[in-house]
Design a protein around this ligand. Structure first.
Ligand code: FAD
Length: 388
């Protein structure tokens, strides 16, 4: 285990050991199965970059990132409503070939579910025409070769959004929740890069990079703590929405698979072991205590939407896919946990849309994978790296 992390996870009611055990025995195995089901393996996203920031560097500005330097009067009439470029022909694509999204879909289709916009994200989720369906199973989150100033710029902007003083390295106490959530997500992304890394390009050999795991995450205990915090935050959202999730439609037209989906969902929502060991995995009421609920909600919502908008500027398609999915997942968790006023009074009945539920459960699975990897490989990574 990771003895460094003992005691209670911050703002929570479970200790690290309990979380590790519950995850290993219960959450991780069910989630791994769940995300493979037809309902959960397709995600709808607006994938091309449409970045409103950094207009001067010519990257990622226009839809499809095609850069046009001529004045509009010179446009042939037929160009004025430009047809979309082939999606694999994005000028702004950075990173290596492994950064591209595999768009192969099989014939499994969806049914049902209302289309409503999520106020926590920048994308208009009701807008179908601009969306592509992606089979997540074909696009694992792992190393993509996306690094350097452009990736760095996104993270800096994300952190600056909830802490204006971030870049001047002054400490920032305000909006700690949002900071911890983002930092936990960032840790999780780094863990996935370290867990599945291109070790040798020439032979296309993939494997673990434990030095990277140490350098980017383990070396900073806060980043590990934030990962656990985010995991429990999202888990709490899932259990809080249990009533809704239990009765949602998981119909994809494949009876056997859909029955399995429903039973896995119930297994996750109503597990006596989970309820006994960690009844309320996260106490959101404590977080809002002493603060003005509606005001805090508005402020965080505003910041979170801006973070969501930044995902359009991620210059690597697969990173953008997982960035958008996980930000929507976090947005959905926030939506659920802010859906009452802290006194268990529902402000309005909770409504989720299909894509939000898919994002939420896939995010929980990613965090569960990261927690498991850190727990299992952490000590080895520390030994080999600190021994140097
Ligand atoms: P970065 O990870 O870029 O970190 C930048 C700075 O942020 C660090 O120097 C540190 O000051 C701070 N920081 C780092 N981690 C934390 C933390 N947990 N909490 C608080 N602060 C922290 N690359 C891939 O290979 N595969 C992917 O799927 C992928 N997805 C991405 C998704 C998004 C949305 C973004 C913005 C980037 C993604 N990247 C991905 C790129 C990857 O996250 C790194 O940016 C890149 O690997 C370069 O890493 P780095 O060592 O320079 O530090």
């Amino acid at each position: 285990g990771t003895p460094k992390y003992s005691g209670m996870v911050e703002d929570c009611c479970c200790d690290y050991e309990t979380v590790d055990n519950l995850n290993k025995e219960l959450l991780y195995p069910s989630l791994q199965e769940l995300v493979k089901t037809p309902f959960f393996r397709y995600f709808k996203a607006k994938l091309w970059c449409d970045c409103p920031f950094w207009p001067d560097d010519g990257m990622c500005r226009l839809r499809d990132c095609s850069v046009c330097e001529c004045p509009e009067s010179e446009f042939p009439e037929s160009f004025k409503k430009p047809k979309r470029l082939p999606l694999n022909d994005l000028v702004c694509q950075e990173g290596k070939p492994e950064a591209a999204v595999d768009r192969t879909l099989d014939s499994k289709a969806f049914r049902g579910w209302t289309e409503i916009d999520n106020p926590w994200t920048n994308d208009d989720e009701t807008d179908n025409g601009e969306m592509t369906y992606v089979n997540l199973q074909l696009n694992p989150e792992r190393y993509t070769g996306y690094t350097g100033p452009s990736a760095r710029r996104i993270w800096d902007a994300v952190y600056s959004e909830n802490c204006p003083k971030y870049l001047s390295q002054e400490s920032c106490q305000e909006e700690k929740i949002l900071y911890k959530l983002i930092s936990g997500l960032h840790s999780s992304i780094s863990v996935h890069i370290g867990a599945d890394y291109l070790l040798d390009e020439a032979t296309n050999m993939w494997g673990q990079n434990l030095t990277l795991l140490y350098d980017r995450v383990l070396q900073y205990p806060d980043r590990v703590r934030n990962l656990y915090f985010t995991f429990l935050f999202v888990l709490r959202a899932v259990t809080k929405a249990a009533d809704y999730l239990e009765h949602a439609e998981y119909n994809t037209g494949n009876l056997n698979e859909d029955l399995k989906t429903e039973s896995l969902i119930k297994q996750l929502l109503y597990n006596p072991k989970l309820q006994a060991a960690c009844p309320v995995p996260f106490d959101e009421a404590k977080l809002w205590k002493g603060q003005s609920g509606p005001e805090l909600k508005q402020k965080i919502q505003h910041q979170f939407r801006n973070i969501s908008a930044l995902m359009d500027c991620v210059g690597c398609e697969k990173c953008r896919l997982w960035g958008k999915l996980q930000v929507l997942g976090l947005g959905t968790a926030l939506k659920i946990l802010f859906s009452d006023d802290g006194q268990e009074n529902l402000v309005q009945p909770l409504q989720l849309q299909r894509n939000e539920v898919i994002a939420l459960m896939n995010l929980l699975n990613r965090l569960s994978e990261s927690v498991k990897f850190v727990h299992e490989m952490g000590p080895t990574a520390e030994r080999i790296t600190e021994g140097h």
